[in-house]
Design a protein around this ligand. Structure first.
Ligand SMILES: [Zn+2]
Length: 320
């Protein structure tokens, strides 16, 4: 199922396919959590499906029933290559790309073409990106390469310029809330909290609604408010938060800072920050930057508890 906010992108892809103008190298780009992978998966299924033809005017999705569709949903389609970093790694290696290129040159076994999806494409290193260039320009046979990318700026221009760009945008807040309410059947309060926790991404917000992670987001807000009222309690608060997943923790601390800056600048109020305190917006901006840096650092061997405690002490100092 294509998310409603991807419908324009999907219609464009279908139109291009019917008019035989679909590029052999596509880059689906946009911020994380907007459904880019879903769009890629739907296109992969359609391009491999043997139940519909490219020029079939009535088909706007894969049939879901043919041998190709069955194999793909079982994760065993011999003409499809899913290239992503190995678990726990943050790079797509050159040998993965070389192996893919070799496979694309073999004859197809089920479908009329081969398909590859590389995601997230920005995790290709220079050697991987260079190895892919020739295939992007001139893929073997009728192969189609799809690069799913959160951050195209991290890829060399030589790669970007060889792909047709499909830009996926985040839906506006009201559409997101309506969609989330319909999908989850939960109240507006829960949906809005989830959307804030997800930084505006409805896809991620839906995951939060259905997981205990949303409680963790609420916990962070309570902890930050407590610190403003009791600035000496950083080490206690740090213990309360240290078990959260570092990626979520730092993203949420960053988004709480962004919200606090916005509230401070506009003089508005929220239910989680204490009314009695005024905060230093410049200091909050620095802290937001630091949270973003710490999120990246948390994947390294740096001690997360020390990073967190230091950050919380600085948060408590922002009262003016
Ligand atoms: Zn099919």
């Amino acid at each position: 199922m294509i998310y409603p906010w991807l419908q324009d992108n999907w219609s464009f892809l279908i139109r291009s396919l019917r008019q035989q103008r679909l590029a052999h190298a596509l880059m689906i780009e946009g911020t994380a959590g907007t459904g880019k992978q879903r769009l890629s998966d739907a296109l992969v299924a359609l391009l491999l499906c043997t139940g519909v033809t490219d020029t079939d005017q009535d088909a706007d999705a894969a049939c879901g029933q043919c041998r190709s569709c069955e194999l793909l949903s079982g994760g065993a389609h011999p003409d499809y290559f899913d290239i992503h970093p190995d678990e726990g790694k943050d790079v797509i290696r050159v040998d993965q790309v070389r192996q893919l290129i070799g496979s694309l040159h073999l004859t197809t076994s089920i479908s009329q073409r081969k398909l590859a999806c590389i995601h997230p494409a920005e995790l290709m290193n220079i050697a991987s990106a260079n190895a892919l260039l020739k295939s992007l320009e001139e893929p073997a046979g009728d192969a189609v390469l799809i690069l799913v990318c959160n951050d195209p700026g991290r890829l060399p221009v030589t790669v970007r310029s060889r792909c047709q760009s499909i830009v996926v945008s985040q839906p506006d807040r009201i559409s997101s809330i309506k969609w989330l309410e319909a999908q989850s059947g939960r109240s507006a309060d829960v949906v809005q909290l989830a959307l804030e926790a997800a930084g505006g991404s409805p896809v991620r917000a839906l995951e939060y609604i259905e997981s205990p992670d949303l409680d963790a987001f609420g916990k962070i807000r309570i902890a930050l408010a407590k610190l403003l009222n009791h600035p000496g309690s950083a080490s206690i608060v740090s213990q309360e938060l240290i078990d959260l997943k570092p990626d979520d923790l730092w993203r949420w601390l960053s988004s709480c800072c962004a919200e606090a800056v916005r509230l401070t600048m506009t003089g508005s109020r929220t239910d989680w920050l204490p009314d009695s305190v005024s905060l230093n917006p410049r200091g909050l901006l620095d802290l937001q930057r630091q949270a973003d840096i710490n999120r990246k650092l948390s994947a390294s061997s740096v001690r997360g508890d020390l990073l967190l405690q230091d950050w919380l002490i600085r948060w408590a100092e922002q009262v003016i």
